[in-house]
Write a protein that binds this ligand. Structure first.
Ligand code: HGY
Ligand code: MN
Ligand code: MN
Length: 399
């Protein structure tokens, strides 16, 4: 499976992946996933925006029982790594193969899922596919989202050959969701263990900062006469870094656009996106408000103006502690927090009992072509997922 996936959407120069949703590489992966499921005799459903689920129904005909769903995503950030997302999908399919080799017969349906636009790398809303399925975001709201080229979501979806009018996946038959994911940090490698479970997802969000100033000549305009939005932005980026360090949280400006982006002109507009994350909802709100206040003060001194827009906010998620403890006991695995958002967080927030299985990342690096996971650890993850699915799908009534 990894051999099939490796070349899809891969940059020849960086070795990173560009699998933005509803573009060619990700559409190719959607077809790959359907073929992998069909070859395993799983019944595949692709909904109106490209979310997919495939079910292994019990031979005992008890396919009406609520099922156990496992899966992740196949889209990537810009120039992303190979494992963030695909590891959860490949491991889910491999776990089904392993269960069948073991002669396991599920007492309840086992499903494999792929949610689209988990990264929010094209339309700016994290976990857009799972938010639409759970109703956390409505289609009326989402259809207005536009990508960097101004393409509306609805047009991108239909250009990919999908029809939103077909409706969305239903999770009514899902009793438990488990997402396996490469760890995006160093907790497991520092503990020297291959597998862990998740306790929580930190609250996080994305805010767009529009700094407007006065375009002018880079040479003839005296420094004291300028209203330069680049300065207001630059101070804000430094302020965000300082506040995050002081508070022990996370703040990143990784994306910026400048208008008109000329070399010999003071810019008229600088737009920058803040990705902020904190250990609690209150700490996140407090840190973002402080950064915004300091940006406003600087704008006052620069004679520029600032508009801040929240584009994607994910509240703190605490996974079901009993479920996490029950599953951690299987392999005596550690239970650890993550600062990375996941579809598992969206399903948990929608009231579906959810767990996450993490696989060791030897460097902790993610959202980078350098992201890596050792084969032995990936196989340990498949083993662990098979044991988790056995625990969740071996008995009839949901515990
Ligand atoms: O950005 C995140 O937290 C995740 O990788 N989507
Ligand atoms: Mn990611
Ligand atoms: Mn991910």
């Amino acid at each position: 499976m990894w051999r099939d996936l490796s070349p899809v959407g891969r940059s020849a120069s960086s070795g990173g992946y560009f699998r933005q949703p509803w573009a060619s590489a990700e559409s190719e992966l959607r077809a790959w996933f359907a073929a992998e499921c069909t070859s395993r005799g799983l019944v595949v459903e692709t909904d109106g925006i490209g979310n997919q689920v495939a079910w292994w129904s019990p031979a005992s005909g008890r396919s009406e029982e609520p099922g156990v769903l496992t899966g992740s995503h196949l889209d990537s950030v810009l120039d992303g790594g190979a494992y963030d997302g695909p590891l959860g999908v490949v491991s889910a399919l491999a776990a089904i193969d392993l269960l069948r080799e073991r002669g396991f017969e599920p007492a309840r349906p086992i499903g494999v899922s792929v949610f689209v636009e988990e990264e929010g790398s094209r339309f700016g809303r994290a976990c857009l596919g799972s938010r639409l399925v759970t109703g956390a975001t409505t289609w009326d709201e989402a259809r207005e989202l536009r990508d960097r080229d101004g393409v509306f979501l609805a047009d991108a979806v239909s250009a990919a050959g999908l029809d939103p009018a077909q409706g969305l996946l239903s999770l009514d038959r899902v009793a438990t969701f488990v997402e396996l994911h490469v760890e995006q940090g160093r907790d497991l490698v520092d503990r020297d263990v291959a597998v862990g479970l998740a306790t929580e997802i930190w609250p996080h969000g994305r805010w767009r900062f529009d700094f407007a100033g006065q375009a002018n000549h880079a040479g003839t305009t005296r420094m004291e006469d300028r209203h330069d939005p680049m300065l207001t932005y630059a101070m804000t980026a430094l302020a965000a870094d300082k506040q995050a360090r002081l508070a022990g949280q996370r703040a990143t400006f990784g994306r910026i656009s400048v208008e008109p982006n000329g070399t010999n002109a003071v810019p008229s507009l600088v737009t920058a996106w803040l990705d902020a994350r904190a250990s609690t909802d209150e700490a996140l709100a407090e840190m973002v408000a402080l950064i915004e206040r300091q940006a406003d003060e600087r704008a006052g001194r620069d004679g520029t103006s600032l508009v801040v827009t929240a584009e994607s906010v994910s509240r703190s998620v605490a996974f079901d502690p009993d479920l996490a403890a029950r599953l951690a006991a299987i392999g005596d695995w550690p239970v650890i927090p993550t600062q990375a958002g996941h579809d598992a967080g969206i399903l948990s927030a929608a009231g579906i009992p959810t767990a996450m299985v993490f696989v060791r990342n030897p460097t902790g690096i993610s959202h980078s072509p350098d992201e890596h996971a050792e084969t032995a650890d990936c196989l340990a993850g498949v083993d662990a997922l098979a044991d988790v699915l056995t625990e969740l799908a071996r008995s009839g009534a949901p515990e």
